[in-house]
Design a binder for this molecule. Structure first.
Ligand code: GCW
Length: 706
């Protein structure tokens, strides 16, 4: 018996280090031991102690994280001391919070950091503990990606960098594909799942400083005293990581839980109710960040129910925050209950005229595009149209319309396409990024929000590569000038492998993945042709739904003449919402980028495009080459097998195989359906789909889209 136990123990000891599969839990913060090398020796020599002086809780976090990272990466214990010992020959890292620190300050925050050599030591300094924490993560990133510990400095370009969780009290996540919610409401506040802390570490490591914990389709419950204790417990876990909590609020809360007869923002009792609730929140959570509101949108209640405007509502909530340091983020994702116009224009029409009416602590939160997180959208026309109002850019990290948790789609190129888009409102260079960071119109506050793709799955995001989208969102929120490739390279080296060829192959595949997805789903500016219930499958034939703008035919407008939504002056004229220079380029089908063509033009099937092909042939070419490219991705992935963890490799390979099937599903559904209008053959060298349109349509039931 004893012998058997000893043998078992031996097997365990021998097996453990080599065979522990990577379950993805550690994200990009693996801190695995760097192989013995001259570089590791240099790192070791430079990191013999950490000195951190001061009571700041975030500084303590920074010291602990650095210690943990160095222990793992260098395999040497690094003591944390209060001060570097005088006259010691040891070299160490000094963490210094100083109001006088010479750090960059792009977003009027105190979160910048600077890393520099001072004598034998390396100093990481910032004007706040958070600044030092971000510096520490930057330093660890240098080690993780095997870079020199040279001079480094950074500061966020955007002040409020938030994840928006669409998580519900019952543990479900709206449009979440990685299991249930990570928040265990029933266990809070007594039990703090260790995951909360790891979640905070991950967010801090990429520079995020705020978390809206609940769905914008909000339950009033979060404002009850009972839930406040739960939110307070989470805030306590996040605070040492420089992260503040925010709540989405239900507009009708004064009626639903407050016992009032109205939620009219101009009613004094309603005002008092919100002020009292807000005060109670600040009593419990002194650094509470503020409120996010979805009002008068998709059936949610709002101030318009009482004939009041969005500004009336937002300003009342801002006033309720009192003297506390909080903000209100008011969403512009609205479209009227009975609209017969073009949904593209609705948010603009409702919000543009309110510019200048919002109180200084209100930011209006605008989705990247005018419709709804489609695989490719032109930038939202509100960017640049509300110069007196700070606008939060909202992007979707969770892949509601981009393949859920089975398609490999790296989203940094999508985020950047919007940030880099030039609104031209103040001449060339008036990019969305400059609207959002406040620099174009000199706003004191600025914000960016990403709808989280995180769930209770062990690897956080379902698809292992989905982690890259969380990572990329944070990095771009911090500094939108980083390139998609640079971010992918960092993430891959920290998460999957440091083998240079494999890194290059994976980064190349990631870089192309979003365009590939667009090609096999919605090429040339098609949009909103997905399934009614599951938003990532094709249903271009959808003609009946709760409202016309929930169908697909409303958007693609296929007929015997051609395809696409005419939004020029002869159509809905949504183009008129953009600056003249943008109108000019996009308004002419000859100069409109092909990526946006069918967003703005109804184009004849036989119309030649700049590629030399007719619209029909180009459409088919994109569907076919897009679907074929998934096979290419599979080959790329197969080639890196020796360099990545076996479990992660197998998981991604299996998901790519699903993606291949579903790309063919999209391709066949769309070319066969549009062919019923074009009446043209599938062009050579492509072969017509082996299945009929009826067969593809029946897949909708198979995938339970109905
Ligand atoms: O894209 C749509 C989603 C809804 C979501 C809404 C929104 C939270 O399908 O699930 O609701 O956007 O952004 O409010």
């Amino acid at each position: 018996m004893l012998l058997r136990s000893a043998l078992l123990l031996l097997v365990f000891i021998v097996a453990a280090p080599c065979c522990r599969a990577d379950d993805g839990y550690r994200l990009w913060l693996k801190y695995d031991l760097i192989a013995d090398s001259p570089q590791r020796a240099q790192y070791r020599a430079a990191a013999q102690f950490i000195a951190a002086n001061g009571p700041d809780a975030v500084l303590k976090t920074a010291a602990a994280e650095l210690q943990r990272g160095l222990q793992g990466l260098l395999g040497q214990p690094v003591p944390v001391v209060e001060q570097a010992a005088n006259g010691s020959s040891k070299r160490g890292i000094l963490l210094v919070v100083s109001a006088a620190a010479n750090v960059p300050d792009a977003a009027r925050s105190t979160e910048g950091y600077r890393i520099f050599a001072q004598g034998r030591n390396l100093v990481v300094t910032g004007r706040s503990g958070a600044g030092v924490l971000y510096g520490v993560f930057a330093l660890l990133r240098q080690l993780q990606t095997r870079q020199p510990l040279a001079n480094l400095a950074g500061s966020p370009r955007i002040r409020y960098r938030l994840l928006n969780h669409w998580d519900n009290p019952n543990g479900t996540v709206e449009r979440g594909y990685a299991g249930s919610s990570i928040w265990k409401w029933a266990e809070l506040p007594e039990r703090l799942d260790p995951r909360y802390k790891d979640y905070a570490r991950a967010n801090a490591s990429i520079g995020l400083n705020g978390v809206v914990v609940n769905n914008v389709n909000a339950s009033a419950r979060y404002l009850t005293p009972e839930y406040l204790q739960k939110v307070k417990a989470l805030a306590g876990v996040f605070r040492p990581y420089g992260i503040r909590v925010y709540l989405s609020v239900l507009w009708a809360a004064p009626k639903v839980i407050g016992g009032l007869k109205t939620s009219d923002p101009l009613d004094p009792q309603v005002n008092q109710w919100w002020a009292a609730r807000s005060e109670a929140i600040y009593q419990a959570i002194p650094d509470f960040g503020g409120f996010l509101v979805k009002a008068n949108s998709e059936g949610e209640p709002g101030p318009q129910d009482y004939g009041r405007s969005h500004a009336d509502g937002a300003n009342m909530l801002a006033a309720a925050l009192g003297q506390h340091d909080g903000i209100v983020m008011w969403r512009a994702f609205v479209y009227k209950a009975n609209s017969n116009g073009d949904r593209f224009k609705e948010a603009y029409e409702e919000f543009k005229s309110l510019d200048g009416q919002f109180s200084p602590r209100v930011l209006v939160q605008v989705k990247n595009g005018p419709i709804d997180f489609q695989a490719r959208e032109p930038f939202h026309p509100l960017f640049g149209a509300m110069p007196k109002t700070p606008l939060v850019l909202e992007v979707q990290i969770t892949q509601e319309y981009l393949g859920m948790a089975t398609h490999l789609v790296y989203l940094a190129p999508l985020f950047k396409e919007c940030l880099d888009a030039d609104t031209r409102v103040k001449g060339p260079g008036s990019t969305v990024a400059k609207v959002v960071d406040g620099s174009l119109d000199q706003h004191a506050i600025s914000g960016i929000a990403g709808v989280a793709n995180i769930g209770a799955d062990r690897n956080w995001t379902g698809h292992p590569m989905g982690q890259a989208n969380w990572y990329a969102f944070g990095r771009l929120a911090w500094d939108y000038t980083l390139t998609s490739a640079a971010i992918a390279t960092e993430w891959t080296s920290m998460t999957l492998t440091t083998e240079p060829k494999a890194v290059a192959a994976i980064v190349n595949m990631m870089g192309k993945s979003r365009d590939i997805y667009v090609r096999y789903t919605t090429p040339l500016g098609l949009h909103h042709i997905m399934g009614q219930n599951i938003h990532y499958g094709p249903e271009p034939w959808l003609a009946q739904a709760g409202r016309p703008d929930w169908t697909a035919v409303y958007y693609h407008k296929a007929d015997s003449a051609g395809l696409g939504f005419n939004r020029t002056a002869t159509g809905s004229n949504a183009l008129a919402l953009y600056a003249p220079a943008v109108q000019k380029q996009w308004g002419d089908a000859k100069t409109c980028p092909l990526n946006y063509l069918l967003w703005f033009h109804h184009v004849g099937w036989k119309q030649p495009l700049s590629t030399g092909r007719t619209l029909w042939n180009e459409l088919c070419t994109r569907y076919y080459t897009g679907a074929d490219s998934v096979t290419w991705m599979q080959q790329q992935w197969a080639a890196v097998k020796p360099a990545v963890d076996a479990a992660v490799f197998a998981d991604v390979a299996a998901r790519l195989e699903i993606q291949r099937h579903e790309a063919l599903w999209w391709r066949d559904a769309c070319v066969l359906y549009f062919q019923t209008y074009s009446k043209l053959p599938i062009p050579a060298p492509f072969s017509p789909p082996a299945r009929t349109l009826a067969e593809v349509k029946s897949l909708v039931d198979l995938y339970q889209l109905k």
